[in-house]
Design a protein around this ligand. Structure first.
Ligand SMILES: C[S@@+](CC[C@H](N)C(=O)[O-])C[C@H]1O[C@@H](n2cnc3c(N)ncnc32)[C@H](O)[C@@H]1O
Length: 215
């Protein structure tokens, strides 16, 4: 499939998409599972929550979020990669309340005042900034008033102060868009989009952050 944003690495393709979960485990020296469980625990998911998962990937996160939910609640994943969608569908086939649709999140979406939480994990950094604003608007519109947008992604930091053992892999692995993502003031950007009341949780030596913002 041709990329929408040629410089982006979040449009994961081929081998990387097929073995995405394994690659994450390897790249974090086996730490990914503990990390993602902690991050999802921090979202304080209520058993009746309706959750929209932007760039939902293999369904690993949806499966973990679903542990907190009752059968009456719902998770809807939006994803563009067929490789990811097939892994997602395989993982969630026992659960009628979890679904995935092939849909772009970087174009205006129709969901309005429907979800208690919108979750986006390691996707936002991979878009040009103007495109990120569309994604943020989609999240705002899709949330019920009082609902929370959770961004799990890189924290804000100065790359020059990053220790070499993290800086070298970051420079090798990451796409050009990630370099401006880490320099931005995300609470300000979200406030400009009318979000408020922030909460944050830090992981991996504070280089990764779960940022929650209320509609
Ligand atoms: C780095 S992966 C993260 C996957 C998952 N969120 C996770 O944390 O495991 C980025 C995901 O975003 C999806 N993606 C990229 N661009 C997208 C778009 N425009 N609309 C929907 N999904 C997109 C990719 O196919 C990929 O599955």
């Amino acid at each position: 499939m041709k990329k929408f944003y040629p410089d982006s690495k979040v449009e994961v393709q081929g081998f990387s998409a097929k073995f995405y979960d394994h690659l994450m485990n390897i790249m974090t020296f086996g730490g990914y599972n503990t990390f993602i469980k902690k991050a999802i625990h921090s979202m304080k998911i209520d058993q009746n929550d309706k959750i929209l998962d932007f760039g939902a990937g293999t369904g690993r996160n949806a499966l973990l979020m679903n542990k907190y939910l009752s059968e009456k609640s719902e998770i809807l994943g939006l994803e563009i990669s067929d490789y990811m969608i097939s892994q997602f569908e395989k993982k969630i086939r026992r659960f009628d309340n979890v679904k995935v649709l092939k849909k772009r999140i970087d174009e205006p979406l129709d969901y309005k005042d429907e979800f208690d939480k919108v979750f986006i994990s390691f996707v936002l950094h991979g878009f040009p900034h103007q495109v990120r604003k569309i994604v943020i608007q989609n999240a705002f519109k899709a949330l019920k008033p009082g609902g929370t947008f959770f961004i799990l992604d890189y924290n804000e930091f100065d790359l020059n102060n990053m220790s070499l053992i993290f800086r070298i892999p970051f420079k090798i692995v990451e796409c050009p868009y990630a370099f401006d993502f880490i320099e931005k003031d995300w609470k300000q950007i979200l406030s400009d989009a009318e979000f408020r009341d922030y909460e944050e949780y830090l992981f991996f030596h504070k280089y990764v952050r779960l940022l929650g913002a209320k509609k």
